[in-house]
Design a binder for this molecule. Structure first.
Ligand SMILES: [Zn+2]
Length: 497
């Protein structure tokens, strides 16, 4: 069959994608005991106790901070918060689950519905609606790569884990990846999870099927163990193609769990999927049923009032200041720069100067940051924000040129305590960077520049007007930034007549 005869199958199928995302919550202690929740603990089996090790006769207690965290997420995505909730036992045996069951929520999740705005592959603004968000406990971490045996670390067993399930409304890989990244940003903004995928603090599972228009949905396949959003996107693209080719060649998609191998770019079968009733869910008799409205710490009004500014609100604010889209995203998604910029907005009142500061942050300051090997600090530790604000204000009052400002940023970068304690203007004076209003100073430099560039002066006089800017550049260089370029240009014009 030559290529022209091939049916155009790639456009006929509609992908239906839903995501299940697990996030380890940032809390002081585990979900049902007082063991520390420390994701950075290097020694195995340190943070364990009879409760999370499921010794007979022990009783779990609820972690209020974990519940609050999930409520905050629910409020941030405009979801419905359940008033009644309870915990269920999800029964299965595996060495990473010491009780023989995982405590989860089945019939009464804490949060229903909600939505998150993202962009699809075509760049359209679309909403991903959520089915539910519930709270459960994490399993232990097992490793099988040390030899002919398995090792197990129970430090992670019992850490509060949030599970979020989207509706099956996602239709392309970009939309899925964007949803994941937006959720990650939201969790970090709310400070409820560090959501680091490499550390397994955020884990994505994809449910995916395809069907033709007018036909019932196809059989869904689950893809697990995706350790980055890029990998999730690639696995979706591969799986859409695999299912298409399978159906077109007369085969059937079976309900199963698949893994993804980044080296080959392919998904592979792992196991045939269990049904919910295989887990024999039933309410945990050891844990109290919960009426959210009866517990002061779960007061929704006060939790909502204390939410930080959310990413979308920041986007609107920065866009209304006239910032470019890429600068908006930099400040919204990278809190290292975002926190600094928020401070500037408080310290600089003039909107023009606020916008001007963006150029220096995204070019000069970001350029310096790129040279740093390790960033563990605040941007303020590299360049004192009060001094930077002074620089911006000095540009505003035309006491500092753009060239002078760039030099000042380099001078102040990672300055010692003494330098950081000085006024930026005093340092600029010392360095000769403050623009001199003294006409004598400017005229002497102009004279020198005209004398040193006779060819350019002659060519300019014969009509090559573009050479004026060349000469302005020479004057600025000679003046080491202490000259106002607009003033220099005017003075040069007169001197050349
Ligand atoms: Zn414990």
């Amino acid at each position: 069959m030559n290529t022209e005869e091939k049916p155009t199958l790639s456009t006929e199928f509609i992908p239906v994608i839903g995501l299940e995302i697990h996030a380890e919550l940032k809390t002081k202690t585990k979900m049902f005991c007082s063991c520390l929740n420390d994701p950075l603990e290097r020694n195995p089996n340190i943070h364990i106790c009879p409760i999370c090790m499921a010794h007979p006769g022990t009783l779990p207690t609820l972690n209020k901070q974990a519940i609050q965290n999930v409520l905050k997420v629910g409020l941030a995505v405009n979801a419905e918060i359940a008033d009644f909730t309870e915990w269920d036992r999800k029964n299965y045996f595996y060495p990473d689950i010491p009780k023989g069951y995982q405590i989860s929520q089945y019939a009464y999740p804490l949060v229903h519905k909600g939505k998150v705005k993202v962009k699809d592959a075509k760049g359209n603004d679309v909403e991903v609606t959520l089915t539910r968000i519930h709270l459960e406990e994490d399993t232990a971490r097992s490793s099988h790569d040390k030899g002919d045996f398995s090792l197990i670390d129970y430090n992670r067993a019992g850490i509060p884990l949030m599970e979020l399930v989207t509706d099956a409304v996602i239709y392309d890989s970009v939309m899925a990846g964007n949803f994941g990244r937006e959720l990650q940003l939201l969790l970090r903004t709310l400070d409820v999870s560090d959501a680091n995928m490499e550390l397994g603090q955020l884990r994505v599972e994809v449910n995916i099927s395809i069907h033709k228009e007018g036909e019932p949905w196809g059989t869904k396949v689950e893809i697990k163990n995706l350790n980055s959003f890029r990998v999730a996107e690639k696995s979706i693209e591969y799986e859409i193609q695999r299912q298409k080719e399978l159906i077109e060649s007369g085969g059937k998609v079976i309900q199963e769990t698949r893994g993804y191998d980044d080296a080959t770019g392919k998904t592979f079968s792992q196991r045939i999927k269990e049904n919910a009733n295989d887990y024999r869910y039933f309410p945990d008799p050891d844990l109290p049923k919960l009426y959210i409205s009866k517990i002061p710490e779960f007061n929704l009004e006060s939790l909502k009032a204390n939410l930080p500014i959310l990413p979308n609100a920041k986007r609107e604010k920065y866009t209304s200041l006239g910032l470019k889209n890429e600068d908006v995203e930099m400040f919204v998604s990278d809190s290292f720069y975002g926190r600094y910029f928020e401070q500037i907005l408080k310290l600089v009142k003039d909107e023009k100067l606020q916008k001007l500061s963006v150029n220096y942050i995204t070019s000069d300051i970001a350029g310096q940051v790129k040279k740093e090997k390790e960033i563990k600090t605040e941007l303020h530790d590299f360049i004192n924000i009060d001094q930077f604000v002074e620089i911006i204000n000095l540009i505003g009052t035309e006491e500092l040129s753009s060239r002078g400002a760039k030099d000042m940023i380099a001078v102040l970068w990672k300055g010692d305590e003494e330098l950081r304690s000085k006024k930026a203007k005093d340092i600029a004076e010392e360095k000769g960077l403050i623009i001199k209003a003294d006409p004598e100073f400017l005229n002497n430099i102009i004279k020198l520049v005209l004398k040193n560039n006779p060819t350019q002066v002659d060519d300019y006089k014969e009509g090559k007007e573009a050479l004026l800017m060349y000469l302005v550049g020479k004057v600025m260089k000679e003046g080491k930034g202490a000259i106002n370029p607009a003033v220099a240009q005017e003075a040069l014009k007169i001197a050349l007549k």
